[in-house]
Design a protein around this ligand. Structure first.
Ligand SMILES: Cc1cc2nc3c(=O)[nH]c(=O)nc-3n(C[C@H](O)[C@H](O)[C@H](O)COP(=O)(O)OP(=O)(O)OC[C@H]3O[C@@H](n4cnc5c(N)ncnc54)[C@H](O)[C@@H]3O)c2cc1C
Length: 504
């Protein structure tokens, strides 16, 4: 009996015994990719909308003390560097710039850096996401190797490992585990169709042949999954982490503030959307950023606006650039205690769905809150591409998400239970699935002069928690090199095809 036939038989057998079912359609990734690549009649993204849905991370009382920071009073009018966006990219860029100037002996005035945020602090995707900090380990290796060769393919995983381990180092060095609700556990990647299982096995074999360290990967059969976790789908299992993303970003901001106060000054202006960027009239600064509160002039600009990038950079609209894409998340109380649910985090169905249980507060609650996102593949033919309105939720997505866990774990989750919170957020998708990192260029011309001094790190395609910090480090390094008249060296973990100047 051939391997494929045996796998198919095992699938049918296990499914019929336990009957895990899915409320969402399967095998939608290829269609979603084809739709993403279609020419678009949508123009550039708008600005972030007002009255965004309330997310658990942002709207839990006390969670966002920086929400309105710098929103009143006088706007800073001059800076060396303006960072647009206060999500994990913008704040990481400020953090890396601060670190760059730490311990420098050269005197002179401190480098002035300003973060401008359209809404409240960290109210974009970072304040609305699924909370996972789990690097991709081998999935998609075959495609990446085909597209870029084995070295580049390896680097895409190296960058994610680097990001996760650096963020964990910071959390440990600053003793932030409780402050950011950091959880280190297992991550299970559910393989819900035979095709997904076969692809995962092929990715694993190719990654192993290319020398990736995969010792920490385990394959768990449907039978073992059903005994241990109560779902019949097989899975790969590896270390995973989750945390409170907004709180991590707030801590990075605080570290940046105190890192090198005599060499580096940092100011945050929330509720200050940048509406346009034009050449500055002054000779000392290159750019003038308009906001409803007045203008600010600066020499360097870092675009950390992710799904909204094309608002200020219209050449990044459509599939050649960054496509805003709405995602949806529920915070749903589990019907069972954490001991039964386990602390593991999960993903599955080609990555469309992802979930994990929040840590429980001892004495206050027994059953954990599950943060569950996905359902975009059930939203209709457009997969929520070009949707920038996160002030509403999508009904069909909400319905399939409510039905998802009771179907995957029969008997373990209560059917019909209403979530405690439900929200949406805007991601930034690119057709190659990888971000734009580096100087702003018009891709057809690779000409940096029109945007001299402007940089971007954006377009993580729904997977930014393990990439944004490192991409921001690269861009901050480029800006710091300009400020200090030194040469920027490409870090060994940065895939070259992420660079705006080398994108395919
Ligand atoms: C529902 C959802 C679930 C996700 N789940 C995960 C996950 O589990 N794991 C993972 O790795 N990734 C996940 N992601 C993706 C991840 O959250 C993003 O890749 C990452 O947060 C991007 O960070 P960022 O700082 O680049 O963008 P954002 O956090 O979106 O920050 C951009 C900021 O720029 C501001 N802005 C935009 N335009 C302007 C302007 N003109 N002027 C001033 N400010 C402006 C916005 O208000 C926003 O605050 C998810 C995303 C969503 C939406």
């Amino acid at each position: 009996m051939g391997f494929q036939y045996r796998v198919a038989l095992a699938f049918i057998l296990i499914q019929s015994l336990i009957m895990s079912t899915l409320s969402v359609p399967t095998l939608q990734l290829d269609t979603a990719q084809a739709v993403l690549e279609l020419p678009s009649r949508h123009g550039p993204a708008g600005l972030p909308v007002a009255n965004a849905t309330r997310s658990f991370w942002i709207d839990t009382p006390g969670a966002n003390p920086l929400a309105k920071e710098g929103s009143q009073g006088e706007l800073t009018s001059d800076a060396d560097v303006c960072i647009i966006g206060s999500g994990i990219t913008g704040v990481s860029a400020a953090y890396h710039l601060a670190k760059h100037f730490e311990g420098r002996e050269d005197g002179g005035t401190p480098v002035k850096v300003v973060i401008l945020e359209a809404r409240d602090f960290c109210s974009g995707a970072t304040g609305r996401n699924g909370g996972h900090l789990t690097p991709s380990v081998f999935l998609d290796f075959v495609n990446r190797e085909l597209a870029y060769g084995p070295d580049e393919a390896r680097k895409t995983y190296a960058l994610e490992n680097y990001t996760a381990s650096e963020l964990i180092n910071i959390i440990e060095a600053e003793s932030l585990q409780r402050a950011v609700d950091f959880v280190a556990s297992s991550h299970l990647s559910l393989l819900v169709t035979e095709r997904e299982l076969n692809f995962a096995k092929a990715d694993f074999a190719a990654a192993q042949a290319a020398g990736l360290d995969l010792d920490h990967i385990e394959w768990v059969s449907g039978k073992d999954m059903s005994e241990t976790y109560g779902t019949s789908f097989p899975a790969s299992r590896y270390p995973g982490h989750n945390l409170w993303p907004l709180k991590l970003v707030a801590e990075l901001y605080k570290i940046a503030l105190k890192t090198a106060p005599s060499k580096f000054s940092l100011k945050l202006h929330t509720n200050t959307p940048v509406t346009s960027i034009t050449s500055a009239s002054s000779t000392s600064r290159r750019w003038s950023l308009s906001t409803p509160r007045g203008a600010i002039q600066c020499s360097y600009v870092i675009h950390a606006t992710n799904g909204y990038s094309s608002h200020l950079l219209p050449h990044l609209q459509g599939p050649v650039g960054i496509v805003p894409t709405r995602g949806q998340v529920l915070a749903l109380r589990s019907a069972s205690p954490l001991s039964e649910v386990t602390t593991a985090s999960w993903g599955g169905n080609e990555g469309f769905e992802y979930w994990f249980p929040r840590p429980v507060e001892s004495g206050k609650e027994e059953n954990p809150l599950i943060i569950l996102g996905g359902g975009r593949e059930a939203s209709g033919p457009n997969f929520e591409y070009y949707v920038t309105d996160d002030s509403v939720v999508q009904k069909t997505v909400g319905k399939v998400l409510r039905d998802f866990l009771p179907g995957v774990f029969p008997g373990k989750y209560e059917k019909g239970r209403e979530p405690e919170m439900e929200w949406t957020g805007i991601m930034g998708f690119t057709k190659i699935g990888d971000p734009f990192v580096g100087p702003v260029v018009k891709s057809s011309e690779l000409d940096t002069r029109e945007f001299e001094g402007q940089f971007i790190a954006a377009g993580y395609s729904g997977h930014g928690m393990t990439r944004a910090y490192a991409c921001a480090e690269a861009v901050a390094g480029m800006v710091a090199a300009k400020l200090t008249g030194t040469k920027w060296e490409t870090p060994e973990w940065l895939p070259r095809h992420y660079l705006t100047t080398e994108r395919p």
